[in-house]
Structure formats: C-alpha cells, structure tokens
Design a protein around this ligand. Structure first.
Ligand code: NAD
Length: 237
C-alpha cells in the first residue's frame, strides 16, 4: 500500500506509545492498564504526586533511564524523513514523553503529554520547565525550585490539561491528511483529533498492528508494526 501526498497536502501526525514499542519502550495498553509494571493511578495522577511523590519519582526515574538506553527505530526515522520532504507542511504531535522523535531528526513537533527529560516546579510557580536528565535514586536527591517547591516530572498526568492545545487545534484545522500511529484511541483529547480532522475534510490514516478504539473515524487503516509499515509508505508528489 502507498499513501500519496500531493503538493497541496498539509500533514498532521499523531503518535502514541506504539511507535516506541520497537525501540523497547513498553506501551501501557499492552499490560492491562499497567505501564511497565506500575498501576498508572499510583504514579500518573496529581493525587499520586501529593500522596506518594517518592513512588512517582521512582517510576519516572526508571522511565528516564529506559529512554536514555533506547534508540529511535525505523518509524521515527521515516517520520523525520517525511518532514524533511514537506517543508512547512508537516506537523508532529506526540503523546509520548520519550525524546525518540527528536533524536531521529524531527523538528516541528510538540509533546502534548510532556517530556521525560524535563522537570518543573510542583507548585506551578510560573518558572518554565528545565532540562533534567538525572536519574534520582531517592526523593532527597530531587532538587528544589528557587521558590522552594520540589521539582516534579514535566509530565501531563491523567486529569491534567495537555500542553500546546491551541497550536494543535490550529494545525488540525489546516491539515488535509492526518496520520495516526500506534495509539489505542483511549486517551482524550488525543482520541478526538481524528474526528476533528474528518470534520475539517481531511483524509485520516491509522497505522498499527490492531485497529484502535476509534477505528470508525479513519478513512484507511494500515495494519502492521510502525517500523515495518512507515518506511516507504508515502509517495510524495
Ligand atoms: P497505549 O499504550 O494505550 O496503546 C499503544 C498502541 O500501540 C496500541 O493500540 C497498540 O496496538 C499499538 N502498538 C503496539 N506495538 C506497535 C507497533 N510496533 N507499531 C505501531 N503500533 C503499535 O498508548 P497511547 O494510546 O499512546 O496512550 C498511552 C499514554 O501513556 C500516552 O498518552 C503516553 O503519554 C503514555 N506512554 C508513553 C510512552 C512513551 O513515551 N514511550 C510509553 C507508554 C505510555
């Protein structure tokens, strides 16, 4: 199968945990609501951060370490190459908190659910997130913000508002082709993006080994692993 991209097309790509699966980073649907063996309620919510910040940091320190050991796969590289062929007409929105898209060479991207390699003040004092690659061994090692608040992972927890939504909404309204890769269609608002794109008249393509929960909203479904399907999938006019 080949997906033609015309000179008039604007491409919006949404990626989820599935695109990093072939890099060895576990998805979370794969294990029944557990993410890498942890119950997400206990590590990915604002309540968890208040109740047990040590456990939240333990979880994200492990994710940081895993991410540092992982390398981008063929799917990440295929999207970076597509961006290079579509200057000014390509936008990537990832739900992933790893940095494998950047390391593959993607530039025009947003991390709507935050980034593992950054931390910010847990008091939301207004200071911007800072780069943070440290694998903290315990809570005592986690630094404080100049305001006195402890740093927290720069991650959008369940129940928090995703980042960059106005820009994402603008890009969806303008796209003519939406590609969605490796996401189960169960986390909102990302699961709604395909509906917004369809309403705006775009073609919508899903790529992954199984149909997502919102499969009915796609004009095409390409079944397969992202790293096997994405390279060579596009014909750019
Ligand atoms: P999910 O875990 O709910 O679903 C993963 C999807 O990927 C499934 O539909 C599965 O069929 C598909 N998949 C599995 N292997 C694949 C492959 N080789 N190629 C293509 N698709 C494949 O993931 P989600 O919908 O992204 O939601 C999980 C949330 O958890 C996200 O919002 C994300 O922030 C977070 N998360 C991030 C990472 C990461 O940064 N790498 C990893 C796990 C979870």
């Amino acid at each position: 199968m080949s997906i033609p991209i015309a000179v008039t097309d604007r491409v919006f790509v949404l990626t989820g945990a599935g695109i990093s699966a072939e890099s060895g980073l576990p998805t979370f649907r794969a294990s029944d609501g557990l993410w890498a063996g942890y119950n997400v309620e206990e590590v990915c919510t604002p309540e968890a951060l208040r109740r047990n910040p040590a456990l939240v940091w333990e979880f994200y320190a492990k994710r940081r370490a895993d991410c540092q050991k992982a390398a981008p796969n063929l799917a990440h590289f295929a999207l970076a190459e597509l961006e290079a062929r579509l200057p000014g007409r390509f936008f990537l929105c990832t739900q992933n908190v790893d940095d494998l898209h950047e390391r593959a060479g993607s530039h025009n991207l947003v991390h709507m659910h935050g980034e593992l390699a950054k931390s910010r003040c847990e008091r939301e004092c207004g200071r911007p997130p800072v780069e943070d690659h440290v694998i903290y061994a315990n809570l005592d090692q986690v630094p404080r913000c100049p305001c006195g608040g402890r740093l927290r992972p720069h991650i959008v927890f369940f129940g928090e508002i995703p980042l960059e939504m106005p820009r994402i909404e603008r890009e969806i309204a303008e796209c003519t082709l939406m590609l969605v890769v490796g996401t189960s269609g169960s986390v909102y608002p990302a699961a709604n993006f395909v509906h917004w794109a369809r309403q705006a008249g775009a073609r919508t393509v899903y790529i992954g080994p199984e149909a997502p929960l919102n499969a009915g909203a796609f004009t095409h479904i390409v079944e397969g692993k992202a790293g096997e399907v994405l390279p060579g999938l596009f014909t750019v006019a």
